[in-house]
Design a binder for this molecule. Structure first.
Ligand SMILES: O=P(O)(O)OC[C@H]1O[C@@H](O)[C@H](O)[C@@H](O)[C@@H]1O
Ligand SMILES: [Mg+2]
Length: 219
């Protein structure tokens, strides 16, 4: 029986996925690595350092950078990103998502956040939805990032629920793999070709309601 819902943040609750894209594009192009939306899909859900290594590998230039230089590039990306998220307000919540969160709370479901982003708590505050979440997984304490299921398994444990009592919501292919790896039902926000592994694919967050979810779960 459904008792908890575990959400990704970027691209599910707010459109910060676009800001990550812009900040990575600026970082990649500054070091001569071509960067487009197609390649960006591979970075969705992936931690800051792992994303940067993917970019360096994509350009075939990983060997040219010392560890300290890589740290500096990651730091620069985060500065660009933090500049972009400065002006976030509750108006930046993706359509329908606040209603869904409230609906779930009213139904007594527990809500968790499973985002790889270290900026997650600040963004939730700016969106004024922090108090709706019963738990937030600290991405700094994970051994493995998405697509590993660890973050979703941990979120369920923090909610004091079994994995089969929880479902996950994601917009990244790596995120859907993580949810499925945790043996949970996955809602995928995105195009059918990218959300192939999802149990329920939606093109927009407006399509997600508790009634429809219960129908999909057969409850
Ligand atoms: O750099 P941050 O804010 O810690 O975010 C890490 C990752 O967080 C994920 O939620 C995003 O999908 C990734 O694009 C991002 O790289
Ligand atoms: Mg995401």
């Amino acid at each position: 029986m459904l008792k908890g819902i575990i959400f990704d943040l970027d691209g599910v609750i707010t459109d910060t996925a676009e800001y990550h894209y812009l900040a990575w594009k600026k970082t990649a192009e500054a070091i001569g690595v071509p960067f487009d939306r197609e390649f960006n899909e591979e970075l969705k859900g992936v931690s800051r350092m792992d994303s940067l290594y993917k970019i360096l590998d994509h350009g075939g230039i990983r060997g040219q950078f010392s560890e300290a230089q890589v740290e500096e590039l990651a730091h620069d990306k985060n500065i660009y990103y933090q500049e972009l998220i400065k002006e976030i307000t509750p108006n930046d919540l993706l359509p329908g998502i606040k209603d869904f969160l409230l609906e779930c709370k009213e139904a007594g479901l527990k809500l968790g956040l499973a985002s790889a982003s270290k900026n997650g708590p600040v963004i939730l505050d700016r969106l004024e939805v922090t108090t709706l979440f019963d738990t937030i997984v600290d991405p700094g304490k994970l051994k493995k990032g998405k697509p590993d299921p660890e973050i979703f398994v941990k979120a369920a444990a923090q909610l004091q629920l079994q994995v089969n009592e929880c479902i996950g919501v994601e917009d990244a292919e790596a995120g859907i793999q993580a949810i499925k790896g945790a043996n949970m039902f996955a809602i995928g926000v995105g195009t059918p070709d990218r959300m192939k592994l999802a149990d329920w694919q939606v093109g927009s967050t407006t399509e997600i309601t508790l009634e429809r979810l219960r129908e999909k779960l057969g409850e």
